[in-house]
Design a protein around this ligand. Structure first.
Ligand code: AP5
Ligand code: MG
Length: 213
């Protein structure tokens, strides 16, 4: 099963993608996580991506597309995957579509996690992320067992550099301009499913699994 998660920054794409990956035993592929891992490891790609990410801008398609296509060509993606944070522009969606068509494959579901902008800024300031394993928490809604420490791998949790309120506003603007058009794109392909992302995360997941079967 090949799934795309759509939604504004902070809508809960990553939270839900992790749960989907576990339930359906498919890899969770997040371009944001790939970039953050590169930043942490000080790679050239990380240096380039950070310049854009810290401003709340999208990393250029030239840098993003190849990384994603290489990742989904790995053997563990043979039976499907859940994409989180890709595609984010119409050109990215078109490249993915072409690559899949060549393999005689297609996306099964594009799950749009809908959350109004007003809720987003509040969520982001409470988010804590593990840069090692990609797990995310929320200091009020989804706290880790021990404050500041990742339940999964024991690493330190941090506030992401791009979760400052000014940057979040910018990410929302970029989302509405560049990413929201994908809702029409995937509606046109007949695979778009929308869920109410303002509900508790377990309820959002229930709605998603009733769609995916
Ligand atoms: P990326 O890492 O993809 O960030 P994003 O889309 O801005 O989304 P987030 O990860 O911030 O939010 P999310 O929807 O995953 O929410 P989460 O589950 O954490 O990208 C970062 C940057 O990388 C981009 O700005 C761009 O620069 C670059 N980039 C990445 N991909 C790119 C691409 N394809 N092209 C170009 N550039 C790219 O949840 C948020 C918080 O809410 C958490 O604290 C969580 O615990 C909490 N929460 C989740 N669900 C609920 C719920 N139901 N109720 C209450 N709280 C909840
Ligand atoms: Mg995320």
């Amino acid at each position: 099963m090949k799934i795309i998660m759509l939604g504004a920054p902070g809508a809960g794409k990553g939270t839900q993608a992790k749960m989907i990956a576990e339930r359906y035993q498919i890899p969770h592929v997040s371009t944001g996580d790939i970039f953050r891992a590169n930043i942490k490891n000080g790679t050239e790609l990380g240096k380039q991506a950070k310049e854009y990410m810290d401003k709340g801008l999208l990393v250029p398609d030239e840098l993003t597309v190849k990384i994603l296509l290489d990742r989904v060509a790995q053997p563990d993606c043979k039976n499907g995957y859940v994409l989180d944070g890709f595609p984010r522009t119409i050109p990215q969606a078109e490249v993915l579509d072409e690559a899949l068509t060549k393999l005689n494959e297609s996306i099964d579901y594009a799950v749009n996690v809908e959350v109004p902008d007003e809720n987003i800024v509040k969520r982001m300031s409470g988010r804590r992320a593990c840069l090692k394993c990609g797990a995310t928490y929320h200091i009020e809604h989804i706290p880790p067992k021990q404050e500041g420490i990742c339940d999964t791998c024991g690493s330190e949790l941090v506030l992401r550099d791009d979760d400052k309120p000014e940057t979040v506003q910018n990410r929302l603007k970029v989302y509405h301009e560049q990413t929201q058009p994908l809702i029409d794109f995937y509606t046109g392909k007949g695979v778009l499913k929308t869920v109410d992302g303002t509900q508790p995360m377990e309820k959002v997941f229930e709605d998603i699994t009733s769609i995916l079967g």
